[in-house]
Design a protein around this ligand. Sequence first.
Ligand SMILES: [Zn+2]
Length: 424
Amino acid sequence: MRCVSRKIFSISVFLAAGYLTPVTKAQQPASATVFEGARLITGDGSAPVADSAFVVENGRFTAIGRKGQVKAPAGAAHVDLTGKTVMPAIIDAHKHLAVTRDALVDQLQHFAYYGIGATMSLGQDTGDEVYPVRAETIPNAARYRTAGRGMTGPEPGRSQAPFWVTSEAEVRKDVDEMAAKKVDIIKFWVDDRDHTVTKLSPELYRAGIDEAHKKGLRTIAHIFTLEDAKGVLRAGIDNFAHSVRDKDVDDEYIKLVKAKPNFIVDPNLPDRGVKADRSWLRDSMPAAEFQKVQADTKDDPKAQQFFGIQCRNLGRLNKEGIKISLGSDGPIPWAAHEEMADMAGCGMTPAQVIVAATRNAAELMKLTDAGTIAVRKSADFVVLDANPLDDITNTRRISSVYLRGSQVDRAGLRARWTSGRTSR
Ligand SMILES: [Zn+2]
């Protein structure tokens, strides 16, 4: 108990000393706000708090508990959330985003609209424009992290945004170049693209992982086969950006992963191959775009089979207690919601999916102040009209989104996107 109050004391000293940047200060409500009455899912896997109350001050959570037990600071505003459910803002740790600032900011605002508070672009970020975006506090926008340019073997016909490496000297030089840009993680692709290209050899990924670790950087691999998964695990890889896709994983693989207690697998499931109802997106985009988005989803037996392998592998990893995070790949800002539903269809409980999509994804992105609703963390949360622990698709029933303690202007964003004033 004494420990807790000391922590609270030191935060107020920290805040009183004015260490927050002026930009952050200007965008946050001046006084404290108490949010009361919601079912609170904190994102750490613990049981939800019924009839909760929590205080947000200067963009951070400063007190969390039951209604009536949390002391509201004098003059605090009150927000009644009776009947709602609150969960941490979702974190999508595997995307591929725009490399120009304006396009990227537009994407980050789409993420915020859909309740995603942070995202990481994994390995195709050319140029230098995106790096400073990481340090910015952009109103109504998710936070951003990047792997810069990742490393792969030559892939003729595919993107040259990643480095195409053919020698140990090259891969070390490319990792060093990314380290100099202070990327958040180093990405490797180990994939022969259905036997059409030469994949990164064990010699090259070993050198790349070694160089990244020498520079104090963590690594993440896109893998396809069980054999390559074991290879990169033996070479010291820290995370997977996909799960094994060619066959069901075996005991040896599980043992290799379990030998690394901090290892995180972002399963990044493929298309489920089942026609989906996307009507929940209708309001947020122009009618023509919605029609396209809905038409994109269809029943596909071949896709279902491919999904089946990865779904079984996710179920096994989850049963073995291996740490799983959320990552939905590609640029689509709302994809995280379908990914979560797919994860829940593969043996994870909704509560486990939420931990993967909040706390664990924050850990993968090394965001120490996000991912859970806890004192001192950034006040990034989603208010839902229905309980996602009953049905994970209730994460789509968003009432409001708060990032850094400020409510995201969803109505304003929606008006902008549906009036056709932006080209997206
Ligand atoms: Zn990817």
